[in-house]
Design a protein around this ligand. Structure first.
Ligand code: UT7
Length: 356
């Protein structure tokens, strides 16, 4: 059975740079607070009316496709990971297919809703398809446009300052080179914390989960509506329930435990240790989280790639953007052991080991 290799990689970030000082004009925050708590200096925002999650995904995809030495028509399966899709439905996978001008219908398009761990989950799914021989050119994209769904008032500052827009893509192909390609992936989830980092409305929940958990959570749905009125209510707008919410401290504490655990899990699975890692590309949630993980695993600065300072958290796009930047900088070389690891909303988390 062949392994799965990354045959081409690309990324795209929108041109517009938004600094912490730019955000200070909209909300009560400071450059010092944002840098000290997250490491972020600036992020990119997409051009409204011109760019969408699927179109920026397509920009990254075209680069990955070209670098893989194939054409758009050669792609036989699309996996699109995002939490900020163009539409509620259909998913970004088919929109990407259309944007890339892929007219053949002998192709599948799958959307992945795993937020920060979407790329690692997507890689694991793609790996199964490639190794089984079902597909030969899987296009995996992680892309987000957060800027159109954030609360720019002081109420939303704990979330808004962290996120940015961007896209990354890889083309996955079979390789017969022994010991090369994706060596292993481990995926995890714990739905107990689903609402602690979430974008809940609009949704079809009608308050069900709060009642079931016997928790006094007000999701703002309309109790009195006979029909409808359940997706969006005036209260949801008035109280800002149409924006993401996050228990930052809980996410932080859980992330710094789960990252090292799952990284050790993939290493142990392959009989390897942290000193064998040439480059760890962690999901870019917070520079403090990455630094904590680095210290815990006793990794050198040279073994970890961070770019959150320039792009913020681009969720499903952070790993392919960071991996692509590292590759372009010559930090990912033939034979290197690369570890990808992610943690986020769900909670879901996972890691993959790749021999480049
Ligand atoms: O991909 C996964 C996605 N998310 C994460 O990984 C996030 C994980 N969590 C974090 O990164 C951190 O929890 C944050 C960066 C979000 C927050 O840092 P923190 O050290 O946990 O701060 P905090 O939430 O405990 O808030 C401390 C104070 C509060 O004020 P009071 O109550 O002490 O007066 C907040 O209201 O900081 C205030 N605050 C802000 N102040 C200025 C919250 N956001 C801001 C802000 N600017 N943007």
């Amino acid at each position: 059975m062949p392994n799965t290799k990354i045959a081409g990689i690309g990324f795209y970030v929108p041109e517009q740079v938004v600094t912490n000082h730019d955000l200070m004009r909209h909300m009560d925050t400071t450059d010092e607070w944002i840098q000290e708590r997250s490491g972020i200096v600036e992020r990119r925002y997409a051009k409204r009316h011109e760019e969408t999650t699927s179109t920026i995904g397509a920009k990254a995809a075209r680069i990955a496709i070209e670098r893989a030495g194939i054409s758009e028509e050669d792609v036989d399966f699309i996996i699109f990971a995002t939490l900020s899709p163009d539409y509620f439905f259909p998913g970004c996978g088919v929109l990407l297919q259309r944007e890339l001008g892929i007219t053949k219908t002998e192709i599948g398009a799958l959307d992945i809703r795993n937020q920060c761990s979407g790329f690692v989950y997507g890689l694991s799914v793609a790996d199964q398809f490639v190794r089984s021989g079902m597909y030969k050119n899987v296009l995996l994209v992680g892309a987000e446009i957060h800027s159109m769904g954030l609360d720019y008032s002081t109420r939303g500052r704990n979330v808004t300052v962290l996120f940015g827009d961007g896209a990354g893509a890889v083309v996955l192909q079979p390789t017969d080179e022994p010991g090369k390609g994706v060596l292993t992936s481990k995926l995890h989830s714990d739905g107990s914390y689903a609402e602690q980092l979430a974008f809940i409305n609009p949704g079809c929940h009608s308050g069900y989960h709060a009642r079931k958990m016997e928790q006094d959570i007000d999701f703002g749905y309309d109790e009195d509506a006979e029909f409808g009125g359940l997706f969006l209510s005036k209260k949801m707008f008035d109280d800002g329930m149409i924006f993401p919410n996050m228990d930052g401290q809980l996410v932080f504490k859980t992330a710094v435990t789960k990252f090292p655990e799952v990284i050790m899990e993939v290493l142990e699975d392959q009989g390897l240790q942290t000193s064998d890692i040439d480059l760890l590309v962690p999901h870019q949630a917070n520079l403090r989280i990455s630094q904590f993980v680095q210290r815990r695993l006793k990794l050198s600065d040279d073994q970890v790639w961070n770019n959150i300072q320039r792009y913020g958290n681009t969720t499903a796009a952070t790993i392919p953007i960071a991996l692509c930047e590292a590759w372009e900088a010559g930090k990912v070389k033939d034979g290197d052991l690369i570890c990808l690891a992610a943690f986020g909303s769900g909670f879901t988390w996972g890691a993959s080991l790749i021999r480049w």
